[in-house]
Design a protein around this ligand. Structure first.
Ligand SMILES: *[C@@H]1O[C@H](CO)[C@@H](O)[C@H](O)[C@H]1NC(C)=O
Ligand SMILES: *[C@@H]1O[C@H](CO)[C@@H](O)[C@H](O)[C@H]1NC(C)=O
Ligand SMILES: *[C@@H]1O[C@H](CO)[C@@H](O)[C@H](O)[C@H]1NC(C)=O
Ligand SMILES: *[C@@H]1O[C@H](CO)[C@@H](O)[C@H](O)[C@H]1NC(C)=O
Ligand SMILES: *[C@@H]1O[C@H](CO)[C@@H](O)[C@H](O)[C@H]1NC(C)=O
Ligand SMILES: *[C@@H]1O[C@H](CO)[C@@H](O)[C@H](O)[C@H]1NC(C)=O
Length: 465
């Protein structure tokens, strides 16, 4: 265990802004592989042997657009006029836009990103006067870069998508993207989730059309972080015959199966995600309203009775079982009911997807394991942060959650591939991680088993098929 300062990465919003990258010259035009002579035909033939891949991003991992209607009441003059340039129909990019670092505009951003829980409807909705949409569904365009004008700084799944392209995948033919409004989540049985459920349906349709376009070959779902939780729910909530026909395998990257302790830090103190000059307390209030962030709080199923947070001001310690008390004590009463009614039943169990699963997880990176707040309470920030094993954002026990959760089901195939020293977002970029992801996908396409060296299987050894 290492004790030190809180890290700034987050499950919630994976934006890595590297100031140093600004100094680099733009990438030189790439060395495209030209298809000479019979190359084109060979390429097509190779593609036809591949299972289609659908990329599912994590929270904050795709662009989100918004427009403002008459109902919108700006909290300042700046918010009334910003952004000055808007597209057709008044749409503009809400996430990610670099203006969030300009203090007066941080507030506009936070107001527009904020969700409201409507206890009568028992569901979440946007702020009044703010419409949002996810454009270009089915394509990887909005998840390669979070801001197409700042490619160097906001690259997200581009490296992974390009790696797949070099291995023979082709956008729109057998490579697809499934972006979504990552602020919303899903809920336990009997509770509506208009936006999240609509996404599951959209994702199902995309999977079906990807299979149909590839000679009926079932798809490989490749999901990062929160995307893994969505993908699991989509498959688990589909009829067995549908799964068998349409999903070859679920491959998850850094999926936080039981949430993460760092999420409690986000709720208590805000998390500026390493973006400079942003008022953490403004961002915190907005982050608290996102239903998906409640979903990512540590789950009792994984964290049990372990003390995760201590507040000397409240003379209390909190385990994952004390989450409603924690939400009250940090001053977020509005979160208590949706957490208790919608989220806790959702995270109580990890449903079996009924399709084979491969979890690639980074390990050996310092990850927040517990937090101590002093007499100053939660507002003052943590006095002490204790680190343990994980990927820098998600704790190891959460990353490998399926091993325990599905251990009683011999027929549920699950493999965990550990990637030492690979971080939560590094898994999408590090050479060693990309090599492993390709190896897993190659093995599926070759209809063969993977080598067992770095792989831990569930009790039953089952080959790929
Ligand atoms: C940040 O925002 C909070 C809440 O809106 C405000 O009280 C605080 O003064 C702001 N801090 C700074 C440094 O501007
Ligand atoms: C957790 O705490 C509850 C209530 O305090 C207790 O009944 C239970 O046995 C504890 N579980 C473990 C694994 O320690
Ligand atoms: C803190 O709580 C413990 C038991 O939970 C109690 O024994 C102790 O007196 C309390 N201290 C203060 C300062 O309230
Ligand atoms: C936390 O939960 C445990 C077990 O449910 C309970 O015994 C304890 O009193 C709770 N602590 C707080 C601070 O709510
Ligand atoms: C994987 O297996 C190795 C060796 O058998 C073991 O040391 C390691 O803890 C296992 N990892 C997980 C995540 O189970
Ligand atoms: C290859 O995949 C097909 C279809 O999923 C399966 O029927 C077959 O048994 C697999 N072959 C091997 C050798 O795994």
């Amino acid at each position: 265990m290492v004790v030190g300062r809180p890290s700034s990465s987050s499950v919630a919003r994976v934006v890595v802004l590297l100031a140093a990258a600004m100094l680099l010259s733009p990438l030189s035009p790439c060395c495209c592989v030209s298809a000479a002579g019979g190359g084109e035909a060979r390429r097509r033939e190779k593609q036809q042997q591949l299972h289609p891949v659908i990329l599912i991003p994590g929270a904050g991992g795709n662009q989100l657009e918004a427009r403002l209607t008459e109902e919108y009441s700006p909290s300042s003059l700046a918010c009334r006029v910003w952004p000055v340039v808007r597209g057709r129909g008044g749409w503009f990019r809400l996430w990610f836009d670099p203006s969030v670092v300009v203090a007066p505009l941080t507030r506009c951003f936070a107001d527009r990103m904020t969700l409201f829980y409507d206890s009568v409807a028992d569901d979440y909705r946007n702020a009044p006067g703010v419409e949002t949409r996810v454009s270009d569904f089915g394509s990887t365009s909005t998840l390669r870069y979070l801001d197409p004008n700042l490619k160097l700084l906001t690259g997200y799944m581009n490296v992974l998508a390009s790696t797949l392209e070099k291995a023979g995948y082709e956008e729109g033919f057998n490579l697809f993207g499934a972006p979504y409004d990552f602020r919303y989540g899903l809920a336990g049985p009997g509770h509506p989730s208009r936006v999240g459920s609509a996404y599951l349906e959209r994702l199902r349709k995309l999977v079906e059309s990807a299979c149909a376009a590839n000679g009926g070959k079932p798809a490989i779902l490749v999901a990062h972080s929160l995307g893994g939780l969505y993908a699991l729910q989509m498959v688990a909530r589909s009829p067995p015959a549908w799964r068998a026909a349409n999903v070859k395998r679920l491959v998850t990257l850094s999926a936080p199966w039981g949430g993460s302790v760092q999420e409690m830090l986000t709720f208590a103190s805000g998390n500026t995600l390493g973006v400079p000059f942003v008022n953490a307390s403004l961002i915190r209030d907005e982050q608290r309203t996102a239903e998906s962030n409640l979903w990512l709080l540590p789950a009792p199923r994984v964290f049990g009775n372990t003390t995760l947070v201590v507040s000397r001001h409240h003379n209390r310690s909190y385990s994952a079982k004390n989450m409603t008390q924690f939400l009250r004590d940090i001053g977020f009463d509005e979160g208590v009911e949706p957490y208790r009614e919608r989220i806790r039943p959702l995270v109580e169990t990890l449903p079996e997807p009924g399709v084979p699963v491969t979890c690639l997880v980074g390990t050996g990176v310092d990850t927040v394991e517990s937090l101590v707040y002093g007499e100053g309470g939660f507002e003052a920030g943590p006095e002490k942060v204790v680190y343990g094993d994980g990927d820098g954002t998600v704790n190891l026990d959460s990353l490998v959650g399926p091993i325990n959760a599905w251990s009683d089901s011999p027929e549920q195939v699950v493999e965990v591939v550990e990637l030492p020293e690979v971080s939560h977002s590094g898994i999408l970029k590090d050479k060693s991680a990309l090599d492993q992801i390709l190896r897993v996908i190659d093995a599926i396409n070759l209809n063969a088993t993977t080598s067992a060296s770095s792989i831990n299987r569930s009790s039953q050894d089952v080959l790929y098929n």
